[in-house]
Design a protein around this ligand. Structure first.
Ligand SMILES: Cc1ncc(COP(=O)(O)O)c(C=O)c1O
Length: 404
């Protein structure tokens, strides 16, 4: 097998020819990246305003993260969990302390961490709460996005994600996002958990009404139900806090983390909870060959270290204000609405002008990468290392696209 160097059209055609069509990417073929910028195979540069859906919160190839990965590549990369390795406890302790929880369980992808949370909640329900066998219920939100496994798509409300993949896993109850009375009404003696995103990313960066999660927290405590926050996309600095749920002054029973936890280098995910919850698992009941591997732990520990300084959270809050002010100024000039927190925004484009996809294509032509969702919304989530000049440049390009 030889590696052939392609320019953009050939590279796109080859990718189309040899892969399943489960994505509809923008026609950009990335060859290199650094910080907030990527360069394509033809040498064109783009500002990355998607940042791997928040997997690249620290930018492309952050020097500290790359150094941690390089150092570990020269030592040991994989042991499986059959043995313990010397990076494991450092990472797990650091992450547990960052979360303020007793224990963590590392996995790889976000969907695996969500699956982990579901299994732990169910087992907690049967063994601690006393729910009758096979009766556990988990309350989730309309418009949710928690991943792509068969169990997770079972409670998706997006027909594209769900249709044709049944039979579906039972045990989930869907309520409108942000509707506290609906959560209250959905709780039964068999409810083991409420699983929700503090801000719904895939749905268009939807921020729930103020007080919603404080209310959910109260209900969960009162009814002996676990509150699980899927912070895979919203967490680890994205919204100006370590966790987006902090904006609500709330501590969930379980955090579900992923994306940025791997520093944009390796897939790293985890759940974090106290011993009375995560302690229900016994050997043989859950795991993954690659979960918590030495390379992942070395990078993950450095991610935790970067977050523990507060620098990235502060940047996200400060630069996020600039981003949101710039976007608000476009309302009525092609933008219908803007939502989000920190360096994260859902921008509704006037459907009379163009679709979200068209807006992203035109932005890419002007050297800014973003991704559309649900027809007329585009999502902006630049790496937290983005500069003020980068932000102003991207905002100017968006204004130009809306004027074109
Ligand atoms: C909130 C949330 N949960 C879970 C996932 C799934 O993560 P992964 O794609 O790593 O499986 C995502 C991915 O976008 C997400 O945004």
């Amino acid at each position: 097998m030889t590696t052939v160097e392609f320019r953009t059209p050939e590279a796109l055609a080859e990718a189309e020819r040899w892969t399943a069509h489960n994505y509809h990417p923008l026609p950009v073929v990335v060859a290199e990246a650094d910080g907030a910028w990527v360069t394509d195979v033809d040498g064109r540069r783009y500002l990355d305003f998607l940042a791997g859906y928040s997997a690249l919160n620290f930018g492309h190839r952050h020097p500290g993260l790359v150094a941690a990965a390089h150092a570990q590549l020269d030592r040991v990369t994989l042991t499986s969990r059959a043995f313990v390795h010397d990076q494991f406890a450092t990472f797990c302790r650091g992450l547990a302390e960052l979360c303020g929880k007793d224990l963590v369980l590392p996995m790889n992808t976000g969907a695996e961490a969500v699956e982990t949370a579901i299994k732990v909640a169910r087992k907690w329900g049967y063994r601690v709460k006393g729910v009758a066998d096979e009766r556990a219920e988990i309350i989730v939100a309309d418009g949710n996005f928690h991943g792509r496994t068969t169990t997770i798509v079972s409670f998706s409300t997006d027909p594209e994600a769900r249709a044709d993949f049944g039979p579906y896993t039972p045990g989930f109850v869907v309520v409108p996002y942000g509707d506290l009375e609906a959560v209250r009404a959905a709780i039964t003696p068999n409810t083991v958990a409420v699983l929700m995103e503090p801000i719904q990313g895939e749905a268009g960066v939807l921020v729930p009404p103020a007080g919603f999660f404080a209310g959910v927290r109260e209900l969960c405590t009162e009814q002996n139900v676990l509150m699980i926050a899927d912070e895979i996309q919203s967490g680890l600095g994205r919204t100006g806090r370590t966790f987006a749920i902090e904006h609500e002054g709330v501590v969930p029973d379980m955090y579900v983390l992923g994306k940025a936890l791997g520093g944009g280098i390796v897939p790293v995910s985890a759940v974090a909870a106290d011993r009375d919850v995560l302690g229900v698992l016994r050997p043989g009941e859950h795991g993954s060959t690659f979960g918590g591997n030495p390379l992942a732990c070395a990078v993950g520990a450095e991610v935790v270290r970067l977050l523990s300084t507060g620098e990235f959270q502060e940047r996200s809050e400060r630069l996020g204000s600039r981003l949101h002010a710039g976007l608000e100024a476009l309302i009525g000039k092609g933008v219908v609405a803007v939502r989000g927190r920190g360096l994260w925004a859902g921008v509704d484009i006037d459907p009379a002008l163009m679709t979200g996809r068209q807006a992203c294509e035109r932005l890419a032509e002007r050297g800014v990468l973003a991704k559309d969702t649900h027809g007329s919304t585009i999502r902006l989530a630049p790496p937290l290392v983005v500069t003020e000049a980068d932000l102003d440049h991207a905002l100017a390009q968006l204004a130009a696209v809306l004027n074109s």
